[in-house]
Ligand binder design. Structure first.
Ligand code: KG4
Ligand code: ZN
Length: 383
């Protein structure tokens, strides 16, 4: 079966054509195999950088401009053959942006006389993150997913295929949003997550170098690398001890703001001092996510743990989670998404739609399909 998928929930315009089939096996669990025939992705990040974040109406305008351009090549039947359905992200995301994809997909489905399938963006992140070498197979249930992106931070439990329960989430900012805001405070460009992470790594490398050279003996704190006038910045780990799987990042972000202000503002910070702040912030986010993941695994008895969403590309968070699982939950299989699909893309939408369609659980839509900005993965039912 072939599905053409369209993704426009935020600031990436994505189209992908995938072929999928069921893998027959003796296992009680279903298996699927995917082949990416072709995919196209246009990022608007550079345009939004000027605003320090995604500007919804600009995103809508750009998607409207980009979609027909990207779609053109997929229309060549000689090269690509036909497809059996069109899948489109109808939520969650920025509504003006989502509508562009939904309306475009409606027209295309009519033009090609194929069914239209509605796909949940978070289900796309979750299922695609479980795929290894093009195969979604041998998944032991229940699955615990930590979905971390610019708009979401949630622990989702999948007890049965396509049945989701949110067992914990952020009370305020998403973790990616906190990275983007802290990046702005550190005078780094949008999207800030990768930039903060690079700076944090620079600080860790400096520390390692100092350890090797024995500098740490003389000055034991990481303040070693701060210019003389700077005090070491220590940030809170919000809600780390609360007896649930909820998180909060708004206070952490504000703590960074005050810490910078207390020491004379960012213009007073040299590179090493800024790097030390980035590192402490990254440590705080990963400490909280690791502690809450431990709690969620204890609470659910999940057999598989997976992370998905843009922040799932964060090297430090990946490593810290891996370390904790290897130490304390060696019966749990951890799956890490390949880096090319952590950010928003249409391949993940095609994989989720194919998994459903090949299981007879597709969300068939018609002309009444709406974009729903706050669509929850929990309401995504198995038809
Ligand atoms: O899933 P995604 O592409 O879009 C949404 O659905 O929100 O996630 C984008 C978010 C942005 O906030 C971006 O700064 C963050 O993911 N991000 C990272 C990293 N790469 C992307 N955050 C931390 N570390 C990274 N390496
Ligand atoms: Zn996303």
């Amino acid at each position: 079966m072939r599905i053409l998928a369209i993704e426009t929930s935020c600031d990436e315009t994505g189209i992908a054509l995938l072929e999928g089939r069921k893998i027959e096996s003796d296992s009680a669990q279903p298996g699927f195999e995917f082949e990416v025939i072709d995919s196209a992705l246009l990022s608007q990040a550079a345009l939004h950088a000027e605003y320090g974040g995604v500007y919804p109406n600009l995103a809508k305008r750009e998607h409207e401009k980009n979609l027909p351009v990207l779609f053109k090549k997929f229309k060549e039947p000689k090269k690509y053959g036909s497809f059996d359905a069109i899948a489109v992200t109808n939520g969650p995301g920025l509504e003006p942006a989502l509508w562009t994809g939904v309306e475009f997909a409606k027209k295309a489905a009519k033009e090609f006389g194929v069914p239209l399938l509605a796909t949940n963006h978070m289900e796309g992140h979750l299922l695609s993150s479980l795929v290894k070498d093009g195969k979604l197979e041998n998944v032991q249930l229940p699955v615990l997913a930590l979905l971390i992106s610019g708009g979401h931070t949630e622990f989702v439990l999948m007890k049965n295929w396509f049945e989701y329960e949110i067992i914990g989430k952020t009370k305020d900012d998403a973790v990616g949003e906190a990275y983007d805001k802290v990046a702005r405070m550190l005078a780094l460009p949008y999207p800030g997550g990768p930039e903060v992470s690079k700076l944090a790594e620079y600080s860790r490398n400096l520390q390692n170098l100092a350890d090797k050279k024995g500098l740490v003996e003389a000055k034991p704190t990481r303040g070693t690398f701060l210019a003389q006038d700077f005090a070491e910045i220590k940030l809170p780990r919000p809600m780390i001890a609360s007896p649930n799987c909820d998180v909060s990042f708004s206070g952490l972000k504000t703590a960074v703001l005050y810490a910078l202000r207390d020491q004379g503002g960012i213009q007073k910070f040299n590179l090493e001092a800024r790097a030390a702040v980035a590192r402490e912030f990254e440590d705080a986010t990963s400490d909280v996510l690791v502690a809450k993941t431990r709690r969620a695994l204890e609470q659910t008895g999940a057999q598989t743990f997976v992370i998905g969403g843009g922040v799932a590309a964060n090297k430090h968070i990946r490593e810290q989670l891996q370390k904790m699982i290897a130490q304390d939950f060696n019966e749990v299989e951890m799956r890490l998404p390949e880096l090319n699909i952590t950010g928003d893309n249409a391949i993940m939408i095609a994989e989720a739609a194919l998994t459903r369609a090949l299981s007879g659980k597709n969300d068939q839509a018609d002309d009444t399909l709406r974009a729903i900005g706050n669509l929850s993965i929990q309401t995504t039912t198995a038809h």
